[in-house]
Design a protein around this ligand. Structure first.
Ligand SMILES: Nc1ncnc2c1ncn2[C@@H]1O[C@H](COP(=O)(O)OP(=O)(O)OP(=O)(O)O)[C@@H](O)[C@H]1O
Ligand code: NI
Length: 337
């Protein structure tokens, strides 16, 4: 079978925050993401699964080029085969890559919802048509017809997510949390980008709407686009994704096909197996202990303190191994272990 074309490839991404050390004017570096790898191909939904604080949102922000000012990133981000620096990412986020942010605070509080949904689409078209060619753009885009089409599409999307037309005339503060989430989601769908980065898109939605969102992601991916679905909900991810990337304490510990989750013995990393054991259908066996805070990360494997298979070599460097068509970062799969 022909390998699908890559949309996004992230290699060895590291994100650190500059911070002052206690009782000293010295600035230290706090790495919160370390050596992280993710790939999304055309036609794929890739789910990034990990518990709170594992670095999922920071990954989304690194891809969108919107990390906070005190963060420094290194590593490589490729979009459709081209390496992207800050400027390239900025251009892409207006056109090709859309974010469904985790926080509803991303809505502009001073602008009516409808204008925001359509405004984002306009911004994108401007980039396509050439920003400084105002008049030509009007002719080129057929302004009136275009506007009617956009409004019709917006109304269709609003209805699909159980929102009345009137919602377009509200300000964000007049929306409930769940309504605001739906607006963020349909804004991304409205753009028709090539890649959607959806950071916890469904909390606050009821089951039917969450299912609708997943179905829309599936259709979007089947049209040859890509979705990076960020979630702490493995069950949801298993329903819709093609591949699962498991995060633990700021790094990728495993990359597996969804079908690997049909049989526990196909899973590779002890943490992935622990997540699997915690699924409702598997008896909710919660893993004792907590994910370490980035400041207290042990050397070597961050999961080692909670791992039943722990051995001395876990304290050293752990390379990524390719196993059964997936990837794993665990000493059990390296030579001489
Ligand atoms: N601006 C910041 N300054 C310092 N540390 C930060 C900053 N933003 C995030 N972090 C730290 O980076 C780590 C990863 O945060 P991130 O928001 O990516 O987690 P997450 O996996 O998205 O969690 P959640 O599931 O709760 O949304 C956390 O330990 C967090 O404390
Ligand atoms: Ni997050």
């Amino acid at each position: 079978m022909e390998e699908k074309k890559e949309l996004l490839r992230i290699e060895h991404l590291t994100v650190s925050f500059a911070q002052y050390e206690k009782r000293s004017a010295k600035q230290g570096e706090l790495p919160v993401i370390r050596d992280l790898n993710v790939t999304v191909r055309e036609g794929e939904i890739v789910a990034v699964v990990g518990s709170s604080g594992s670095g999922k949102s920071l990954l989304a922000h690194a891809i969108m080029g919107i990390l906070p000012a005190n963060a420094a990133a290194s590593g490589s981000i490729f979009y459709r085969g081209s390496a992207c620096g800050e400027a390239e990412l900025k251009a892409l986020r207006g056109r090709e890559i859309a974010l469904v942010p985790q926080s509803v605070n991303y809505l502009d509080p001073l602008m009516k919802v409808g204008r925001q949904i359509i405004g984002e689409t306009k911004k994108r078209q401007k980039l396509f048509c050439g920003a400084d060619q105002g008049k030509r753009q009007k002719l080129f885009c057929g302004a009136d017809r275009e506007k009617r089409q956009e409004e019709a599409r917006m109304r269709e999307l609003l209805a699909r997510y159980g929102l009345a037309d009137e919602v377009a005339d509200l300000y964000p503060f007049e929306l409930s949390g769940g309504m605001a989430r739906r607006v963020l989601l349909l804004t991304a769908l409205m753009w028709q980008p090539r890649l959607i980065i959806a950071d916890e898109p469904t909390p606050g939605m009821d089951l039917a709407l969450a299912k609708q969102a997943m179905q829309d992601f599936r259709t979007f991916a089947d049209d040859g686009n890509g979705v990076l679905l960020i979630t702490h909900d493995l069950e949801l991810a298993l329903e819709v994704a093609d591949r699962i990337v498991v995060f633990y304490a700021g790094t990728t510990v495993e990359e597996a096909k969804v079908t690997d989750f049909a049989d526990e013995t196909l899973l590779r990393h002890p943490y992935t197996r622990a997540l699997y054991e915690a699924l409702p259908g598997r008896g909710f066996a919660a893993l004792p202990g907590t994910q370490p805070y980035v400041k207290d990360l042990p050397a070597g494997c961050p999961f080692a303190p909670r791992c039943a298979d722990r051995r001395e070599a876990c304290d050293g460097e752990i390379p990524v191994a390719c196993v059964r068509g997936g990837r794993v970062r665990c000493i059990l799969y390296t030579e001489n272990s």
